[in-house]
Design a protein around this ligand. Structure first.
Ligand code: SAM
Length: 376
């Protein structure tokens, strides 16, 4: 099964990372599986370099943006920060999966790109209400950043994916932070776009390699397009997502991110590229000097195909708005709580913001069972 909803483009929410001026934004005795990760540990690279190298260093190098104390929440707002209703939805998904799997002795919830562990903390709080799931669930965060000091001791934490996950793998706004290269249509075909990490100034680079060319021809074709049209080469995200899907023995992998699809990319919908910077709650020029987040929209269809190659036997793509209509926390009883609930939910389902994010849901080893239905 593969149903595809067209994600709309995130709008101008002030703190939500979603470029608004674009044409259309787990250790405990178990084996580990490395997430495809930054190769460089240098604090700074000197330019010009390809965008992926500059981004790796800026975000994940020594002292890089994501190793700073503030964490993602200090600079922008994800669904996790916006409302605990997002964690409730993840918990509801986990409960559905638990039912479908016949209540196994152990059920994993692995949060990849877990930030400061906020989602896991919220899910844990929700589970404290009781039920058999609370005793069987094993929570784990995967992030390049250090284990958050205030994270509950029962929650595992590692820079690498675990092996043999039985349960749910979640990646909220992870893939958009997996560094990619930028290329543009030049007079002699697609060429690399180089960037000076200190200034963010770009310059034309040499011809692209075979791997980039193969990915582009399938997922973001630049043949015959006007000079200067840009593309962001998404295969590092495909590799990252495939690794997350592959760690599942049985279960579901969920990526939530701002995405785009081939039909729009191929027709120039993102010809200007989607690279963006975020700092202190504002969108800023993407200068890969470590002072700001560097992010780009995710080619979710390409990631989905990589997930299938990694063993997923069922795929659904839908918007967060559509997904939350299917997995929602119960409306509370009191009038004030109802008001709060409505306002928090409205941010999560805003069609011009977080509501337009894509939920890529892929199942492994469940006979094609899916926790959510795709759009009709
Ligand atoms: C935008 S933040 C999202 C944090 C959290 N999921 C949330 O919704 O608030 C992206 C996170 O992905 C992490 N990350 C990026 N690449 C990673 C990798 N290869 N392995 C593990 N974590 C990674 C970053 O360190 C950062 O904490």
């Amino acid at each position: 099964m593969w149903s595809v909803a067209q994600p709309t483009v995130p709008g101008a929410g002030a703190l939500v990372r979603a470029p608004d001026d674009l044409p259309r934004r787990y250790r405990r005795g178990v084996a580990r599986r490395p997430v495809p990760r930054p190769l460089t540990r240098r604090a700074h690279v000197s330019g010009p370099v390809v965008w992926s190298e500059a981004t790796r260093s800026a975000l994940y190098g020594h002292g890089g943006f994501y190793h700073r104390p503030q964490g993602p929440a200090g600079h922008f707002r994800t669904s996790v920060h916006a409302s605990p209703l997002f964690a409730s939805a993840v918990a509801a998904l986990l409960a559905r999966l638990d039912d479908a799997m016949g209540h196994p002795d152990r059920l994993d919830l692995v949060d990849v790109g877990a930030g400061r562990g906020e989602l896991l903390g919220q899910v844990l709080d929700g589970l404290r209400g009781g039920g058999s799931l609370a005793a069987r669930v094993r929570l784990a965060g995967v992030d390049l950043a250090q284990r958050p000091p205030d994270l509950d001791q029962t929650v595992g934490w590692s820079a690498d994916l675990p092996e043999h996950v039985v349960g749910l793998v979640v990646a909220n706004e992870w893939l958009d932070n997996v560094p990619v290269d930028v290329v543009e249509a030049g007079p002699d075909g697609p060429r690399r776009v180089m960037v000076d990490p200190a200034s963010g100034e770009e310059s034309p680079g040499g011809p692209i390699g075979l791997r980039d060319a193969a990915w582009l021809s399938q997922w973001w074709p630049l043949d015959g397009v006007p000079l200067g049209w840009r593309a962001e080469v998404g295969f590092p995200r495909d590799l990252a997502w495939a690794a997350a899907v592959r760690c599942l023995d049985r279960g579901v992998a969920l990526a939530v991110d701002y995405g785009h699809l081939l039909a729009d990319r191929a027709t120039g919908g993102y010809a200007g590229g989607t690279m963006a910077g975020y700092r202190d709650g504002r969108r800023v020029r993407p200068v890969p000097d470590g002072s700001c987040d560097i992010t780009a929209h995710v080619a979710v269809d390409s990631c989905a195909a990589a997930g299938v190659s990694a063993g997923a036997d069922s795929t659904v793509m839908l918007t967060q708005r559509e997904a939350l209509a299917q997995v929602q926390a119960p409306v509370p009883a009191g009038a004030r709580d109802q008001l709060l609930h409505r306002s928090q939910l409205s941010e999560l389902v805003d069609p011009d913001g977080l509501g337009s994010f894509t939920w890529l849901v892929q199942s492994v080893g469940l006979g094609g069972w899916q926790p959510l239905t795709g759009p009709t």
